[in-house]
Design a protein around this ligand. Structure first.
Ligand code: SF4
Ligand code: MG
Length: 336
């Protein structure tokens, strides 16, 4: 397969006043061109940190990065800022959660879309402006030739989100990372934005990473799913399989806090009790054991002492046997 992004055994640590935070602890995944990977988990699971690290947007003074990040065959860990700077825009780009902080209030929307294009292609001001209008049209802004000179505050929240997508896509990035791109928007606009991303992907064949805490968002949008907990991947697989027959107790919990989806997805459980662990001192063994209902089923001290590995491909990092996973899940959740 045509792997575009390959992350191997990534570790990201922050030095803080309170000690070392293990934000990402041994993460591996691959992403092919034309595919969308969903990364889900509660806040603090390491999903945003992973992607900021891929983009090289972490603070090198307080962050230690180990492992491999291969983008189109090029090693990014340890790459110079000037190298990363060149890659951002046309090789990889990011859509942030909050359009108000991502867009400057002092420049017109059109200028903010045109500027990275000019920088990357050396286009004239006039051509870059035309490109900005074209991008605004592409993301569904009505009357783009008039709106191009508006300031961000003259746009609605949904339009700003679209403008930010236009800004991210203006140099045709081959990898697009969208961090909770729809969280601040109402449900209808959310669906429109996600449809738009899919549509643009079909035109350009780009690879997309969609980061979210909401499993409801990923069901119809992504191809593959990576579930993160406490800086580690705990389950992965094709999205349909993960949603239909989730194997990890944490994924069961996430499904429980998910609103009803379509008919081939299981019935809701209950929210997960407790809170994610401190990454200053992650629990030994399985990081989910303090919140999990099944260490007794596994037996002995295994969940508290032995770290479960995540297999390549479809699977979960859990000591329960596949048989136990199926039985417990079938008892807990009645498929529709
Ligand atoms: Fe729960 Fe043990 Fe599986 Fe971790 S390894 S999820 S504690 S059953
Ligand atoms: Mg986040």
């Amino acid at each position: 397969p045509d792997v575009f992004l390959s992350v191997r055994d990534l570790h990201v640590r922050f030095r803080t006043e309170d000690g070392i935070v293990k934000a990402v602890d041994g993460l591996s995944f691959d992403l092919e061109r034309g595919r969308t990977l969903g990364i889900v988990g509660e806040s603090g699971s390491g999903k945003s940190v992973t992607n900021l690290t891929v983009l090289g947007l972490h603070d090198p003074r307080s962050t230690e990065v180990r492992g491999e990040i291969l983008l189109d065959g090029q090693e990014l860990t340890g790459a110079a800022e000037s190298t990363l700077e060149k890659l951002r825009g046309h090789k990889m780009a990011m859509i942030f959660q909050d359009s108000l902080t991502a867009l400057s209030p002092y420049y017109t929307v059109g200028r903010q879309i045109a500027e990275p294009f000019r920088k990357h292609t050396g286009a004239s001001r006039r051509d870059a402006r035309l490109r900005a209008i074209e991008m605004l049209e592409k993301v569904g802004i009505p009357n783009p030739a008039l709106r191009v000179d508006d300031y961000p505050h003259q746009f609605s929240g949904g339009m700003r989100q679209r403008a930010m997508i236009a800004m991210a896509l203006v140099c045709d990035p081959e990898l697009l990372i969208a961090d909770e791109p729809t969280t601040a928007l109402d449900v209808t606009v959310q669906a429109q934005i996600l449809d738009l991303l899919k549509e643009l992907q079909q035109q350009t064949g780009s690879a997309i990473i969609l980061i979210t805490h909401d499993l409801g968002v990923v069901a119809n949008t992504v191809d593959d799913l990576l579930v993160m907990y406490a800086g580690r991947a705990v389950e992965r697989g094709p999205v349909r399989e993960v949603l239909r027959s989730p194997q990890h107790p944490y994924t069961w919990g996430l499904l429980g806090s998910m609103p009803r989806l379509n008919s081939d997805v299981a019935e809701p459980l209950n929210p997960i009790p407790g809170a994610p662990p401190s990454l200053l001192a992650p629990p030994p063994g399985c990081p989910f054991h303090p919140r999990c209902g099944y260490p007794e089923t596994v037996g002995g001290d295994r969940c508290r002492t032995e770290r479960p590995g995540l297999p390549e491909g479809r699977g979960a990092a859990c000591h329960l046997t596949p048989e136990q996973q199926r039985t417990i899940f079938a008892e807990q959740i009645k498929p529709r």
